[in-house]
Design a protein around this ligand. Structure first.
Ligand SMILES: [Zn+2]
Ligand SMILES: [Zn+2]
Length: 124
């Protein structure tokens, strides 16, 4: 699998008007504190219906299950389900358990950053 890292991957592109194509793209960038997950399954969500009609700036898909594929990372090879809201874990909202209302980070995997209708997705 290592040879697939730093290369290209297949990902769905939601063009709008109910048109989706599978295209080859560069691997998404993996930010600091993030790992690359090889997607095994991404469930279709009702909210993706909107993107099917309107199109999506980023790869859609936010009900994701996969395997961490980040050689050298302590979670490498571990299966995981992805939690959609990216959050800081440190603000008042996060400490109260309301990570979906994080005061520092407003980002949703599959909405305003790459999601799971692709072979790989970067996640915190
Ligand atoms: Zn959903
Ligand atoms: Zn927070």
């Amino acid at each position: 699998m290592t040879d697939r890292l730093n290369s290209r991957m297949r990902a769905s592109v939601f063009h709008g008007d109910r048109r989706i194509t599978i295209e080859t793209q560069d691997m998404p960038p993996v930010g600091e504190g993030e790992v690359l997950v090889r997607v095994l399954r991404t469930a279709l969500c009702g909210s993706d219906f909107k993107l099917w009609h309107k199109g999506a700036e980023f790869t859609a898909g936010h009900e994701i299950f996969g395997v961490v594929e980040q050689p050298g990372h302590h979670r490498h090879g571990q299966r995981c389900a992805i939690y959609i809201p990216v959050h800081c874990g440190d603000c008042d909202a996060c400490r109260a358990g309301d990570t979906q209302m994080c005061l520092q980070v407003s980002s949703l995997i599959g909405w305003n950053r790459p999601g799971g209708y692709a072979e790989y997705v970067p996640v915190p």
